[in-house]
Design a protein around this ligand. Sequence first.
Ligand SMILES: [Zn+2]
Length: 386
Amino acid sequence: MKHKFKATQIFDGHQMHESDMVCIFNEQGQFESLVPLAMAGDDVKTLSGILSPGFVNCHCHLELSCFKDKIPQHTGLPEFVRQIVSIRPTFSDQDKAVAIEKGYHEMFENGIMAVGDISNDTTSIVAKRKAKIQFVNFIEVFNFVKNDPQACLKISSSVYEQFQKELPFFQSTLVPHACYTVSFELWDLLIPHYESRTVSIHNQECPEEEEFCFSGTGAMKIFFDDQNIQPGIPNPTKMRTVPYYAHKMKGAKNNIFVHNVQTKESDIALINQTCKQSNNYFCLCINANRYIQNSIPPIDLFRKTQSKIVLGTDSLASNFSLSILDEIKTIRQHFPHIPVSEILSWATAEGAAALELSDTLGSFKQGKKPGLVLLDNEMTTVKRLL
Ligand SMILES: [Zn+2]
């Protein structure tokens, strides 16, 4: 039996269609066609609201789900990271597993079909093994182990190998955490692992990061000194972050730059010039930016420069929910002039392309299995239909 739905509007991953159209899926949830009501035959279900392909969350840390409500808002990033580091050992493996499972179900219920998930350890593997969501796992590499690049890569590689072995049906990739936590020596060892693939990096999240890169001073420097950490960046570089590291990203197929709160037009131009062979995506995590430092990313700048935009929730350490609709709501509050269809394309087709999942997800195209969600007309709730 086919699934046939009609609603107030239908968003197909790229554009909005008005109410006389019907979207048809086969029994297995594969999209078949979008046709006028007169051609749809019987058994059409009529709903109120907007139908859309399921969402893609391009940036999450599912393994940090146990931090929900543990860290106060507006601390700024250095203090936020300090709290993560100090609270992390207080959680048992059981606490972490239960929270991960809960976070996974929250994303599923919120209509999320695929997640680009940062993983620093193997605690999320059990939940992912039986998941109905597709996970693209980004295993981060840091410089924190005695400034020995080989040893640092080895630690992350053992996590990566575990992911490869346990979750062979998902893409997993070793990626840099951020430009200030990966030395160039480590980076050169890492590049062959993500060349020609999709890579994710935390980019320009806070002003302290730019200050630390440029002059080697500020709250980030104090944090690293307190923790006795050698972050791996020369001190100072006398450069902004993007000019300092963009050339390390030029071999990737897709780059997902995450956060981009401090990004300037010159940074975008430099990324596009340096990484001109790559597809460069700017991932917005607006609720996390508000949570950590009460800031918002310059979304109109990305639109003005015709940059590719995708959405992420970040983790429950810095967000109240794992819901792409909640990200959309906040974007609409701050940027009411952006058309709904444009934001929905970031949440669906663009996200699927960034994670190399366009063959199956992101839009209503024959043969895809993109999922189906219903948003109410005010876009305050989401319900998963397929
Ligand atoms: Zn993150």
